[in-house]
Design a protein around this ligand. Sequence first.
Ligand SMILES: Cc1cc2nc3c(=O)[nH]c(=O)nc-3n(C[C@H](O)[C@H](O)[C@H](O)COP(=O)(O)OP(=O)(O)OC[C@H]3O[C@@H](n4cnc5c(N)ncnc54)[C@H](O)[C@@H]3O)c2cc1C
Length: 407
Amino acid sequence: MKKIVIIGAGFAGLRLLYRLSRALRGEAAVTIVDKSEFSIEKPSLPEVAFAGKEVSKVRIPISRAAKRKGAEFLREAVVRIEPEKNHVITESGRKVEYDILAITTGAVKDYDSISGFRNYGFSICDDIEADRLSKRLESFAGGNVVIGSARTTWDEKSTSIRLDAPCEGPIGEVMFMIDSYLRERGIREKSSITVFTPGKVFFDDVGESIHQELAPMIKDHGISVLNEKVIDSISKDHVHFADGTSIRSDLSIIIPPYRGPDVIINSELGDSRGFIKTDRNMRHGRFPNIFVAGDVNADSMPKLGHIAIMQADVAAAAIEREVTGKGNVPAPSPEIFCIMNRGDSGATVILSDILYGGKRDIAYSGKLASTFKWGFDSYYFYTHGHMPPEALQEPVEFFIKLMRTNR
Ligand SMILES: Cc1cc2nc3c(=O)[nH]c(=O)nc-3n(C[C@H](O)[C@H](O)[C@H](O)COP(=O)(O)OP(=O)(O)OC[C@H]3O[C@@H](n4cnc5c(N)ncnc54)[C@H](O)[C@@H]3O)c2cc1C
């Protein structure tokens, strides 16, 4: 019986858990290790902040997911990986041995790298921050709202596509949802909403037709956008930029820079920023029994759940082949697919592969978009991290194309 250890039960880790426990039943014992009791359904975090969703409705108990699949769940942080010895060491000093290791730890959102963030900044990147923002909003009486992503720097040798902001979709959700929130409370007139991006253009991971769909909506909602602004610090009533300018802010909502996790840096398994370069099978370059999927993989760009799932599928097939000698490993097929919640105005489905040299660049903001968003989030949460059946994705894609061509 092969011992498979998965570190991290987010999008990629749960996908691997489900795929491997089904494909390798009786041939492998799977252990999933996470420092948290819960896997966070991040696409719903803006709803926790702005739409009254209870934080318990984004927390998936990992123990239940593991138990159903006959896997062991270890609630501990992994502090070191010793690949020559084929074991990982947890914070309590426990050694967990493996034959095959999957690293799916995600990336660190480096709030502390922004001076002033802990005192004056807010975010939505995790359950604690989203809940904290919802509480701050209760006493917000209107004012200047500033929303933006910090710039992330990448190791040029390992990360081939280097976006300044690796996940700007949530910024789009925050700006539309806070607009709805302020309108509902009758304080939109007393408020301004300014969005900044470190990139040359806002949403620079998608193409022109998606920009053309979003630009009029941004204008109609009275949202101003500043391009090529790199945040330096936050003070009580300003956001300060690296070019020496600053903007008044009564509420600063930031996506901080991303970096690799400490366990990867301390174990010297990654690049200079703590992300891990793999081959096309998601296999570590130096240690062939280590696979890496999701935000921690240097090639996952933008850092999206959809890409984490695609990489986990490739890694699962490669691991299955390793253990059984059977099956084919699919080639990575990155694409951007996400559904942006726009509060009371609905939602926008975004599908694009322009960043990878493809030709698809589709946005659909019709009535069904909100249903797709609600359907995906509910399915993922109530099935403890299962993705909707693949058979459903193709009709959605077909529908979106149809709607575009019929306009
Ligand atoms: C607000 C927000 C909204 C988003 N919306 C979307 C969306 O609509 N669509 C989309 O595709 N993507 C979306 N994303 C991006 C998506 O959530 C991430 O890309 C995805 O979660 C990455 O999955 P992952 O498995 O790599 O990492 P994560 O989901 O971050 O999971 C990593 C897990 O590893 C655990 N871990 C980390 N270090 C250790 C350690 N040392 N020891 C043990 N456990 C550890 C963590 O506790 C965590 O459970 C959104 C992101 C945010 C912040």
